[in-house]
Design a protein around this ligand. Structure first.
Ligand SMILES: *Cc1c(COP(=O)(O)O)cnc(C)c1O
Length: 365
């Protein structure tokens, strides 16, 4: 009698292979690039009943916190690190508000590269800092902001043998555009509107690239309106001027001079969309509501698209009858400190080991 284990009935016939293998024909990568992958992409598109009802629309959340290191950055990092290895790099560098460094450190570990990270001193959420350190990055805290870190990373890559993997590296956008492909493949066509947070503006540029490419190749019959949101304290794309001292609790979008400024402007203009700014309170309120109503826990910056949708509705912009995708960019566990600030004092209910006491504390009696 054979004891060979067999797959249980109903087992998945397809194991997701990561964005390079899933979409290689659609990516502009050097021939023969071997994928360094942690199985990124293939993230869920979750329907939000709450937002759909509120906006009389069909609203989907693209939940990017489900990527291997907890943010969409992994899509661009698999391509950037794969190409860096292909080109013979031994070390890589990035400037980061946290998630790029977490992602780079993991993919560099996988590839055997030395990761060097430049972050604004004291401004990185604890979870992200832990990720970079745990994966073995040399983390250098800079007395300055993200924009200073990016300038220094470029300088290091210019003068020393290290590969720059920030989204100014076009290979990053090649990977990140796969999120658009997944959305179209899942919905059957592009949505009417796509909402997302914007910081350094690589992501909106990549999404637009992806939507345009799928339309050109006949995979989609249309392209969405791209509408993007910044925090009021870091809103250069809204005001048209650099913020020398950007400030927001949404640290992942705390950027005053976005590297992909022109590409983002083009995406907004070509798609008939635009930018709007949000007070931090709205962003944090949307983060809390998403967690409580949809069961989706995101970090503060990630809630900007949802906050923007709600603000738009309040300001009389209608989404009625439209199909809307909102990207929620990163996982809530990255920054539990900010999330727990919702409560002021963290609630602690302590009882004796007694069922009646628990029932009473739970309000069941
Ligand atoms: C990087 C990041 C953003 C901003 O994306 P850009 O490409 O810089 O515009 C938003 N949210 C999270 C969670 C991020 O990590």
């Amino acid at each position: 009698m054979s004891t060979t284990p067999t797959a249980p009935a109903g087992a998945a016939t397809h194991q997701w292979r990561g964005v390079i293998e899933e979409y290689r024909d659609h990516l502009d990568l050097p021939a023969g690039t071997v994928a360094v992958t942690l199985g990124e992409g293939g993230t869920p598109l979750v329907r939000s009943e709450w937002l759909s009802e509120t906006g009389q629309a069909e609203v989907w959340l693209k939940v990017e916190g489900q990527n291997p290191t907890g943010s969409f950055k992994d899509r661009g990092m698999t391509t950037a690190i794969s190409v860096a290895v292909h080109e013979g790099a031994a070390a890589c560098v990035c400037a980061s508000t946290g998630n790029t460094s977490a992602s780079m450190a993991a993919y560099a570990a996988k590839a055997g590269l030395t990761p060097i990270v430049l972050v604004p001193s004291g401004k990185i959420a604890a979870g992200k800092m832990a990720q970079a350190l745990v994966h073995g990055a040399q983390v250098i805290q800079v007395r300055g902001n993200f924009d200073d870190c990016l300038r220094m990373s470029r300088g290091l890559a210019d003068h020393y043998p290290v590969a720059l993997v920030n989204s100014v590296n076009p290979v990053r956008l090649e990977g990140q555009k796969t999120a658009s492909f997944e959305i179209v493949d899942r919905l059957g066509d592009a949505p009417d509107v796509h909402l997302l947070p914007v910081g350094n503006a690589g992501n909106i540029s990549a999404y637009w690239l992806g939507y345009k490419q799928y339309a050109e190749r006949g995979r989609a019959t249309r392209k969405p309106v791209m509408r993007a949101f910044q925090a009021e304290g870091a809103a250069p794309l809204v005001t048209g001027r650099v913020f020398p001292d950007p400030e927001t609790k949404a640290t992942a979008i705390r950027i005053g001079n976005p590297a992909s400024w022109r590409l983002a402007d083009a995406a907004a203009a070509e798609s008939g969309g635009g930018f709007a700014a949000l007070p931090d309170e709205r962003i944090l309120a949307a983060q809390a509501e998403l967690a409580r109503r949809d069961g989706v826990f995101v970090e503060p910056a990630s809630a900007a698209g949802v906050a923007g949708f709600l603000q738009d509705l309040e300001q009389g912009i209608s989404y009625a009858g439209r199909q809307v995708v909102v990207t929620v960019t990163g996982h809530g566990l990255k920054d539990t400190a900010t999330a727990l600030e919702w409560f002021g004092e963290v609630p602690q209910v302590v009882v004796d080991a007694d069922i009646e006491a628990a029932a009473k504390a739970a309000g069941l009696v």
